[in-house]
Design a protein around this ligand. Structure first.
Ligand SMILES: [Zn+2]
Length: 190
């Protein structure tokens, strides 16, 4: 059950990454990552056109968020990936990363709270449910390992506790793939 929206607890600032497609993003859900690198290093990498990688949002250990790609555009975070019967998650899942490596240190309380704050307006606007949230490990099995499964369990538990379960898990596969799905996959970051 969603409680009344509290005032924004965490700072958010924007640094627009050149690594994005102007094509309309479908915003069917969110895909979580960890960046392995620290916050500032990750932002720098996202701002480098030669890296050809980006997330929509990066969350620091203290909960500060950097918005890197507008929600309406496609960020380059997932690479070869499949979720609910569809390839190319970049087209339809927004990419959110936690700074750091979840195998070396757990997510901070502030990172999880900041992720909930980031999800809050989108959950309502786009009609998301718990089944529209995934991590990189799940959509690129055997190729990507973020998040640490224990940290994923903590995150998805916090999301379920905050929002309830919401929309069922079976809606994405029924939607037709966009013509963009024939494009080459972009490279991606953890
Ligand atoms: Zn990742």
């Amino acid at each position: 059950m969603s409680s009344p929206a509290p005032p924004m607890a965490f700072r958010e600032f924007e640094r627009l990454s050149p690594n994005r497609d102007a094509a309309a993003h479908e915003r069917l859900g969110a895909l979580f990552h960890h960046s392995e690198l620290g916050f500032a290093e990750t932002v720098a990498r996202m701002l480098d056109p030669e890296s050809r990688v980006s997330y929509h949002c990066l969350i620091d250990l203290d909960g500060t968020r950097c918005a890197l790609v507008p929600d309406a555009q496609v960020a380059w975070h997932a690479g070869v990936s499949r979720f609910l019967g569809r390839d190319r998650c970049n087209d339809f899942l927004l990419g959110v990363a936690f700074a750091g490596d979840t195998y070396r240190a757990p997510l901070s309380v502030q990172q999880i709270a900041s992720a909930l704050e980031w999800l809050e307006p989108r959950w309502a606007q786009f009609g998301w449910g718990i089944g529209r949230i995934a991590d990189h490990r799940q959509v690129s099995p055997g190729r990507k390992r973020d998040l640490n499964p224990a940290e994923w369990d903590g995150l998805i538990g916090a999301i379920a506790a905050h929002f309830g379960r919401g929309a069922p898990r079976d809606r994405v596969s029924g939607l037709k793939s966009s013509p963009r799905s024939r494009r080459k996959n972009h490279p991606q970051f953890p």
